[in-house]
Design a protein around this ligand. Structure first.
Ligand code: CS2
Length: 490
């Protein structure tokens, strides 16, 4: 089958939305680090709208920090790819032209640094997942012992980490008299702008205190809240999209119809006028709302659902008792921890979340969400747990989410089969869990000893440890599906 490309764009069915702007005239205004499916289905779509509205200064050069897969898929397609939007009411395909090129950082770090140093680049955005910030999730500070950070300190001109690339590019711009670009983190971290700035200033200061002070004074890192559910693309999805396009796309992305981007409006070097973005002076209330309600529920359903044998979130949320359990967690335990958002209809937001979770057209795998739990849980569940404990409030349902993660982290499912545990701390989790065995007391203490997740306070806090331990025992004795029913009936 012929491939999607500039040449074949004209052959697409008329009903398909595609770039109508002159792609040859688009300039590079944004470098995006970590060009995975999420960016292509989220920020790149908003930027495609900017180009379509006639502002051609904001083309994107994407970079993969690890594998060449995205470049290999998109380069023969001149950067073009399809977004397949699937909702209850049907589906839509749209071809995005905002990505001008994809670089593979490890193959040629110098090429990426050269692009980042170009004066026309005014924004460097990131979707590198929680672990890509090389910080300690429990403190939000740069982890100076992170292997990539240690490497980058020795090899600043050929770095490995996202912070390493950004700091080196900013140092080069400074030396050349070019103003800094704005750094725009688009990952699910609370206060992601502040965390990013702390990490970058921290790394710069380790290289050169003067550079650290310069970035502290000059660098803008606005916080953002990003939201769109984007399941991993499968071969069946590729076939389906090819059928709709009439040409092959090696790597289309899937998404739900819902999309949201709330951005702190602090771009000293300028920004595109992204249609549909909510620009605010303080993103924090939105971030907490989304991270704790959506992502906190996602993780809870992912672990309980996976252990109960549910492949997708749509299946998990339909499990007996799950929706009731998660609603009670949202309403009784999470919502009271959220900063107020005057005028915002929170009940409607929560109803909409359940409609999104139930979306049967999206096969969003529980296993995909279960990944990297050591990085995700601190923001999603442990933060609200801490706040509630400090106020003397119960955390029954949050504790079940944490216990389900612990049960999952044993690496063996309820049928005795191995779980493909993907986590930067997987080796440590497995060895702690193996040493503890299935005794809930020993297991809970072994895993609470992971400082990067639980800090030094939670392991010694009986109001945290006790409910987690009780749920862990129930999960072992009764299994996850039955535990969900028990918890829903509380
Ligand atoms: C999910 C998120 O994989 C996960 O951890 O919770 O990717 C989630 O789908 C997005 O944050 C939705 O915006």
């Amino acid at each position: 089958m012929t491939r999607l490309s500039t040449r074949t764009l004209a052959t697409l069915p008329g009903s398909i939305r595609k770039p109508a702007y002159d792609r040859y005239r688009v300039q590079t205004g944004i470098v995006h680090l970590g060009i995975g499916a999420f960016h292509r289905a989220h920020a790149a779509v908003y930027t495609d709208d900017v180009l379509a509205a006639g502002d051609l200064a904001w083309g994107i050069i994407g970079a993969s920090l690890r594998s060449p897969d995205t470049r290999d898929a998109l380069q023969p397609q001149n950067g073009l790819y399809a977004v397949n939007i699937r909702g209850g009411g049907g589906e839509e395909v749209r071809v995005i032209g905002a990505v001008r090129d994809v670089l593979v950082a490890p193959e040629n770090p110098a090429a990426l640094l050269a692009v980042m140093a170009e004066p026309g680049v005014r924004i460097v955005s990131l979707t590198v997942t929680e672990k890509g910030y090389c910080h300690n999730p429990a403190t939000g500070e740069l982890d100076p012992d992170h292997p990539d950070i240690r490497y980058d300190l020795v090899h600043p001109g050929a770095p490995r980490s996202a912070p390493g690339f950004i700091v080196e590019a900013l140092a080069r711009r400074r030396a050349a008299g070019t103003r800094p670009f704005t750094v725009l983190p688009c990952d699910n971290l609370p206060a992601n702008g502040a965390v990013t700035k702390r990490v970058l200033v921290g790394l710069a200061a380790l290289r050169d205190p003067e550079l650290g002070r310069y970035l502290e004074a000059e660098l803008a890192c606005p916080s953002t809240m990003v939201d769109r559910i984007v399941p991993a693309t499968t071969d069946a999805d590729r076939d389906r999209v090819a059928g709709l396009l009439g040409v092959a796309d090696s790597w289309p992305v899937l998404a739900e119809p819902f999309t949201q981007w709330v951005v702190e409006d602090h771009f000293p070097a300028g920004r595109p006028d992204w249609p549909g973005v909510t620009f605010v002076s303080d993103v924090e209330p939105f971030e907490f709302m989304k991270l704790r309600l959506l992502n906190g529920s996602h993780s809870t359903m992912a672990y309980l659902g996976y252990l109960s044998g549910c492949e997708t979130i749509a299946e998990a949320v339909r499990q007996d008792g799950m929706e009731r359990l998660v609603r009670r967690m949202m309403d009784d335990e999470i919502t009271p921890t959220l900063p107020r958002l005057p005028g915002f209809d929170l009940p409607a937001y929560k109803d909409q979340l359940f409609a999104r979770f139930r979306n049967p057209a999206l096969k969003h795998r529980t296993w995909q969400i279960a990944m990297d739990g050591s990085q995700k849980l601190p923001n999603r569940l442990l933060g609200p747990a801490r706040e509630r404990i400090a106020q003397g409030l119960p955390i029954e349902r949050i504790a079940l989410g944490v216990a389900a993660w612990m049960r999952y982290a044993t690496g063996i499912d309820e049928a005795g089969a191995p779980i493909d545990l993907r986590d930067p701390l997987a080796a440590e989790l497995r060895s702690r869990a193996d040493a503890a065995g299935r005794d809930p007391d020993r297991l809970v203490d072994a895993l609470l000893g992971v400082r990067q997740m639980f800090g030094t306070d939670l392991p010694n806090e009986s109001r945290f440890r006790d409910p987690v331990r009780t749920w862990l025992a129930t999960l072992f004795e009764r299994g996850a599906a039955e535990t969900v029913r028990i918890a829903a009936a509380l």
